[in-house]
Design a protein around this ligand. Structure first.
Ligand code: HEC
Length: 220
């Protein structure tokens, strides 16, 4: 008994040792194999390609799904005439009263801070010292076609940064249409006044004007 007892402890250590090498050894190997499976890590070099880059550039002309932009008029603001491209003279879709409302909203958000709400170029940022934005009511800009304004929003203009990232494609055209309306507002012709009068006749009185009318009669 005493002999067995003295041998027990070494047996135990021996057994445990076997367990670790036989049991955990292969297990560890499997996990390592998954960890080290053949793959390239970001920016890792390779000998397979001549330029040694494992991350391959997109094949030229690749277009992500939903990003195919074939319509030059809509996306670039240009149109073809006799094989030549020029700035679009028209809008790529019909501009409705809702489009103008949206254009006004977008203009006031993105452009009026510099160009001013009426387009004279004296927005708040300019009043605080930024380079003066040109007035939209100068002759050259009054004559400029919609495609010209679209191009400025898309590409920027000298010191003005592009607004393509902030303003989606259709909204850019709505802003252009609104700028054209601003321009017209400063050079109204007599027939415009008639149109405005017709428009005003159709507009139902707003609740606030009704209210002030009753207030007015109450005073008497
Ligand atoms: C941060 C101020 C700022 C904002 C915001 C801004 N602009 Fe401008 N814009 C300028 C300045 C300054 C110029 C003149 C740039 C120059 O000549 O260096 C300019 C020039 C222009 C021109 C060209 C005028 C010409 O002489 O041909 C157009 C068109 C125009 N802006 C439209 C827009 C529209 C549309 C928006 C809104 C989407 C907008 N801008 C937003 C400051 C601004």
């Amino acid at each position: 008994m005493t002999l067995l007892k003295t041998f027990r402890l070494p047996y135990l250590f021996f057994g445990l040792g076997l367990l670790f090498t036989a049991g955990c050894g292969p297990l560890f190997d499997i996990r390592k194999a998954m960890y080290d499976q053949p793959k390239y890590e970001p920016l890792e070099a390779t000998d397979f390609f001549g330029d040694r880059r494992s991350a391959r550039p997109l094949v030229a002309g690749t277009v992500a799904q939903g990003h195919l932009q074939l319509d030059d008029h809509l996306y670039l603001g240009i149109e073809e005439e006799d094989g030549n491209y020029r700035q679009a003279q028209t809008y790529p879709f019909e501009i409705t009263a809702e489009d103008l409302d949206r254009g006004q909203e977008m203009y006031n958000i993105h452009c009026s801070v510099c160009h001013g709400k009426s387009g004279h170029g004296n927005g708040m940022v300019v009043q605080r010292g930024y380079k003066t934005a040109p007035s939209y009511h100068r002759d050259a800009l009054r004559k400029a076609p919609p495609g010209y304004f679209y191009a400025v929003i898309l590409n920027g203009f000298n010191e003005m940064q592009p607004y393509a990232h902030q303003v989606p494609v259709e909204d850019r055209w709505r802003i252009v249409a609104y700028i054209k309306t601003l321009q017209r507002s400063q050079f109204a012709q007599e027939e415009d006044l008639e149109t405005i009068q017709q428009f005003m006749d159709q507009v139902p009185p707003t609740p606030s004007s009704e209210h002030s009318a009753t207030e007015h009669t109450n005073e008497h």
